[in-house]
Design a protein around this ligand. Structure first.
Ligand SMILES: Cc1cc2nc3c(=O)[nH]c(=O)nc-3n(C[C@H](O)[C@H](O)[C@H](O)COP(=O)(O)OP(=O)(O)OC[C@H]3O[C@@H](n4cnc5c(N)ncnc54)[C@H](O)[C@@H]3O)c2cc1C
Length: 566
């Protein structure tokens, strides 16, 4: 069973403690029930009950503390964290957000050489603390070079912090806020620890109308002791980017969780609704939309699982995760939007009702592509890897499935955030060749050859490489190729049938054609590039037997699979 079903957790591939955490978290939400969950959402109730549960069960203490600083079950294990991530997305984005910003806040702490503050963070986790990441500022958005928060050195070696931060999750109640800024009078970047309870930390407001607290706060001569500085100089800059490298991976899982819950609700509704004497799911277009939604969701999950393997196996010599994590961030989350769009088009008015979970999904699924770097910022990053990934494959170790129960230490020792152009990738062809017996995978291979041919025959000129609008269109094509590659790498052992993989590639062939057409229409493309782009367009191979096998065998049975407790 590839999709999460909270009522069927018996086959989770986790050790006892990790399974216990997932089961207890599911039990917490199911005991809370849909009605109370929704009421808290409408009332924007701060989720104190959830935080109490986390504290009692020592959830963050085990999932987010390095082994060396925590108890015997403590480790930062990306594989097991994906399950917790997905469950939180499945029940509510605000709960997931409290976890996500804690992860971001802990990044600079675990990357810091400051052992005293690390021990303090570990003790706070034991006590059920949450954390915050104070990077963004109101006026500067993605441009963190322009950060104005400043630490002013004092004669005794301490500092006074002056400045403000905006959009900082948990900024109201975090045990420690990791704040980014500069040391006044120098070019040194810095991360320091702040405490919302201390004098000089002024909580201005919650910027969003939400259960979450997305804080604006101001530091007015807030005192920072020398040993509250976490990281200074180039290392602080690296820590900001390296923390986001880790955090952005989780956004995909929030989208997967949301989309999965939305799918269960939507298909149960459509299958049980009778119009003109038949079930809504008997309409051929509805069957197609649900099957597309399911294929999109399965691909999202396969890609994110495979990306975890590369992240867990990363080293200074193997930084392939720096391509795959932004693809999780940008592609998996935008695919989540498409899943929810498809489902909403089917269930229509039902998706507005206050008593259904879907209404939250329709709102929250939009958040993930926009936060922690927009889609554009991530495609601009992804495109930097295109030449090496497509044209200069290197002999690199084959990365196995990484389900082992170990601490992912490299995530907190990622080294310089530069040198992206030097990162090499393994040959993508074998992933496709293994499934080339499936007609739509073979078609996709042909599209990939045409894409490479187009990029060689009409490579973007120097001037075109400054045209971000055009580069984003190329980036969408390249991203889809990488996406398809890792999806196929994740298929063996997933239990997916050949029919399902072929149906999934029916969709990806259509998607690649659509992106080619988008590129064709860009004003920045030359006539030759526009013409070659049309050569990427293919019509998928349709097979009625295969479609029925997936629709009736995999998708439609989900109508009876899961319903949240009332
Ligand atoms: C609910 C919520 C929670 C958040 N939580 C936190 C948090 O806990 N901590 C924190 O530090 N921040 C947080 N943020 C801030 C969030 O990360 C930023 O909103 C996000 O990074 C984008 O910044 P922006 O929205 O201001 O867009 P802007 O930076 O203003 O971007 C404007 C436009 O320019 C484009 N653009 C900018 N730079 C580039 C580039 N290099 N290449 C191509 N296009 C570019 C963007 O894609 C966008 O279309 C949160 C925001 C929200 C809404």
């Amino acid at each position: 069973m590839i999709l999460l079903n909270p009522k069927r957790l018996e086959s989770l591939p986790l050790d006892q403690r990790s399974r216990e955490i997932v089961e207890k978290t599911v039990a917490f939400f199911e005991a809370k029930g849909l009605a109370k969950l929704k009421q808290d959402d409408f009332d924007r109730t701060w989720y104190a009950d959830f935080l109490e549960f986390l504290k009692k069960e020592r959830v963050f203490a085990d999932l987010l503390t390095p082994r060396s600083l925590g108890g015997e079950d403590a480790r930062w294990d990306t594989f097991r964290n994906t399950f917790f991530n997905e469950v939180l997305g499945f029940y509510g984005l605000c709960y997931w957000y409290a976890w996500q910003v804690s992860i971001l806040g802990l990044g600079p702490l675990w990357m810091s050489p400051n052992e005293r503050m690390k021990k303090k963070a570990a003790a706070a986790l034991e006590e059920g603390g949450i954390f915050a990441f104070g990077l963004s500022e109101k006026e500067h958005g993605a441009d963190i070079y322009s950060s104005e928060m400043a630490l002013h050195p004092q004669a005794d070696g301490s500092f006074l912090a002056r400045g403000s931060k905006y959009y900082i999750g948990n900024g109201n109640e975090a045990a420690i806020v990791s704040v980014f800024g500069k040391v006044a009078g120098t070019d040194d970047y810095v991360f320091f620890a702040a405490d919302p309870k201390r004098k000089g930390y002024e909580l201005v407001k919650n910027v969003c109308a939400s259960q979450s607290y997305v804080a604006e706060f101001r530091l007015d001569d807030y005192p920072v002791a020398a040993d509250e500085v976490l990281i200074r100089g180039k290392e602080a800059w690296n820590a900001a980017l390296n923390t986001v490298n880790v955090g952005k991976y989780n956004l995909g899982w929030a989208s997967i969780g949301i989309s999965t819950h939305a799918l269960y609700e939507a298909i149960a509704h459509a299958a049980n609704r009778r119009l003109y004497g038949m079930a809504v799911t008997d309409f051929p277009h509805v069957a197609r939309m649900f099957t597309d939604a399911w294929c999109r969701l399965v691909a999202m999950k396969l890609f994110a699982l495979r990306a975890s393997d590369y992240q867990r196996s990363a080293s200074l010599e193997d930084r392939r995760y720096l391509l795959y994590n932004p693809v999780v961030k940008m592609k998996v989350t935008t695919e989540g939007e498409k899943v929810v769009d498809l489902l909403w088009d089917v269930i229509a008015a039902k998706g507005f009702e206050k008593d259904v979970w879907f209404e939250m999904a329709a709102r929250d699924i939009r958040a993930l592509p926009k936060l922690e770097g927009t889609v554009h910022v991530n495609i601009a990053l992804i495109i930097k890897f295109m030449v090496n990934a497509l044209f200069r494959p290197a002999a690199l170790p084959e990365i196995p499935r990484r389900t082992d129960a170990v601490h992912d230490a490299f995530l907190f020792d990622q080294g310089p955030a530069s040198g992206l152009g030097k990162i090499r990738f393994h040959d993508m062809d074998p992933a496709f060749a293994r499934f080339a017996h499936l007609p739509n995978v073979a078609l996709f291979q042909g599209q990939l050859r045409s894409l490479k041919g187009m990029l060689v025959a009409a490579a973007p000129s120097e001037g075109q490489q400054k045209d971000i609008d055009l580069l984003l269109a190329v980036g969408e094509l390249f991203t889809l190729v990488v996406y398809a590659q890792l999806v196929l790498e994740a298929v063996p052992g997933s239990g997916l049938s050949d029919d399902a993989v072929d149906q999934l590639f029916d969709l990806l062939v259509r998607d690649l054609s659509e992106y080619a057409l988008k590129f064709h229409g860009r004003s920045g493309a030359t006539a030759k590039q526009a013409e070659l782009a049309l050569g990427l367009v293919r019509r998928p191979v349709f097979d009625a037997r295969r479609f029925e096998a997936v629709w009736k065998g995999e998708v439609l049975p989900l109508k009876d699979a899961y319903k949240m407790n009332p």
